[in-house]
Write a protein that binds this ligand. Structure first.
Ligand SMILES: C[S@@+](CC[C@H](N)C(=O)[O-])C[C@H]1O[C@@H](n2cnc3c(N)ncnc32)[C@H](O)[C@@H]1O
Length: 249
């Protein structure tokens, strides 16, 4: 089984308030504390348990990401670069859904970004556990300066990674993404979308990079078009907004 290493605070943290609220509810029932305390504790425990279910079943932080229904690498084959691959959730999605793909997992592999032990070794262990290790290799590098020749890839993917960068570094990284893609190459982009699932489970979590007045969708489409891409498709999954783009000529 792969272990994508997302910290327990993210994957199981809701169990802490669930237990605390449940204990208060039981004490309130046992010692006949005021009715509002019982109600508040029961509501709190219900919120925490439902939020825990959302994290496990809808957001699936410690599972491979689901491939959205878009014609990304439609032939099922080609060379793809995963920008900010981390422990491999996105890489696993691509390699499982596109059996002829070969993937380069670029990451700084320094700093956790919520992933414990965010290293090339963890990435390789996870790919091997999923039986796709022969088609994946990790590359320690910064996506604002990719140490690879022009036109090396048919496709690129980046999930919750390129969108982490500030505006200046995002501009550099998307220019680098464009440079390493062949003409007409594809780019599949994911960012955090504060939909109802996310608002309920992580009320204080803000999206990445986006603080604008326009909608999140318009903001990211503009940034990707400015980077020299045409938008081919877009959509949502629980907690995520994605764009499929093509390198413009
Ligand atoms: C939240 S994780 C996402 C990992 C993976 N894509 C996923 O969906 O699970 C963000 C990743 O981006 C990487 N990262 C952030 N800035 C980077 C940069 N400038 N160059 C390369 N990798 C970077 C971090 O090291 C981290 O592994």
């Amino acid at each position: 089984m792969p272990d994508f290493g997302y910290n327990w605070i993210w994957t199981h943290g809701h169990l802490v308030p669930a237990i605390l609220f449940a204990v208060v509810a039981l004490l309130a029932l046992r010692f006949r504390w005021p009715r509002w305390i019982r109600l508040a504790a029961i509501l709190g425990a219900t919120w925490a348990l439902f939020a825990f279910w959302i994290v496990q079943e809808k957001l699936g932080l410690n599972r491979a990401m689901p491939m959205p229904p878009v014609p990304f690498m439609a032939t099922g084959a080609g060379n793809v670069i995963d920008l900010g691959a981390g422990s491999g959730r996105t890489a696993a999605m691509v390699l499982q859904a596109r059996p002829g793909a070969r993937l380069t997992a670029l990451d700084k592999f320094s700093g956790s970004f919520g992933i414990d032990d965010n290293t090339p070794e963890r990435f390789h262990r996870n790919m091997a556990a999923l039986g796709v290790g022969g088609r994946a290799q990790a590359l320690t590098a910064d996506m604002t300066s990719i140490p690879l020749p022009d036109g090396s890839f048919d496709a690129a993917v980046s999930a919750y990674a390129i969108d982490h960068l500030n505006r200046e570094n995002f501009t550099k990284a998307i220019a680098e993404t464009r440079r390493v893609l062949r003409p007409g190459g594809e780019f599949l982009f994911f960012t955090i979308n504060r939909d109802s699932w996310l608002r309920f489970s992580y009320p204080f979590l803000h999206g990445h990079g986006y603080y604008g007045r326009e909608s999140l969708q318009e903001y990211w489409k503009s940034r990707i078009r400015e980077g020299g891409f045409e938008i081919a498709a877009e959509g949502v999954q629980p907690g995520s907004y994605y764009i499929l783009a093509r390198k413009a000529s």
